[in-house]
Design a protein. Sequence first.
Length: 412
Amino acid sequence: MPPKSKADGAKKARAPAKRKLAEEFPPGEVLTDNAKKKWKLGSAVGQGGFGLLYLDSSGSVGADAPYVIKVEPSDNGPLFSELKFYMRAAKPSLIGAWMNSRKIDYLGVPKYWGSGFHEKGGKRYRFMVMDRFGVDLQKKFEENGKKFPRKLVLQLGLRLLDILEYIHDHEYVHADIKASNLLLSYTNPNQVYLVDYGLAYRYSPEGVPKEYKEDPKRCHDGTIEFTSIDAHKGVAPSRRGDLEIMGYCMIQWLCGRLPWEDKLQDPLYVRDSKLRCRDNIDELLKSCFPSENLPEEMKKFMQEVKALEYTDKPNYAKLRGILLQGLKTIGATDDRKLDFGVSANGTGPPSIKVRTVASFMGSGTKSSWQQSRLHLMFSPASGCLSQWPLLFLPQTGPECLCLFPANVSQIC
């Protein structure tokens, strides 16, 4: 599992309390879990929260080790909080039974393989063994120019609904959904997993949902750009809160930026912006998609979330139907393949940004050239611009200089 991204999506509303960092163990160190199973550490592969992540195996540890092990000082809180979720809700037998009942081939919840304590140098450490994963979606988001294709976003939404329905069915909510907490499978790039259950909350112990209660000491918990309105008010996480956070993530993946991202250091501004947008979902979408067709499925999705009361069970089937209809609108289907290289409407290779456009008239003398700075999109698959004589002068990255005849009345 890679270290957490330091991108915008990782900003927190409040600085976490100071905690001890784990010391690094040498490769080959053997840890024994509570079931007396032995796990051998490989090399350190990253740091998550206040713990270290190691390649891990019950046998020899190579570069292809199938597990990672998270190690933290035993008096730290984050791993203890995660463990409570994993031990109650992420055992392989539980996940397998739920998948069979839903007739799905995979579920993006990491499996719990073991945990325990380890002493070294007079210090006591807590550890947990889990699946190994690949790159996180925040890195992919940045590599894609901070936009994901619409088809991909809708498919990620469908996978997230499976994940959230499962953890909600097992009395928990996640409360910190974001791209840096969504990791691709190490072995299958078409599978995505929701990780980091340090803020996971047992909203319904023994099947009894907790009541709505505002606590000023908990205001703005979570990742501020995505956290729910309830969290801004200090209310404990809920199922509707998870779906609200998911909605903000999907909108950001589609348009690149949420309206309040310029003022993340002002939690009250972010809260008030979300309140206004909840009351006027059209305004939210128009501010995010000023020059594009509004994704109708996101409007319907956010309306469904808005209608939920704090203790309501969401209609996951209806929400899936909304996202599936969105795929149908763009002529796509859920083929369960996560293609990061498709264009915004779900087909063809990625677009190329055109940074500077110069048009020319007649003979192309210097006096007849006109130049303007525009941001257009050129798609080799759709044929946009390609019907005219063009000259592309490559620049750094995906941008280029595009020359086209001035008498062209429509670019795309």
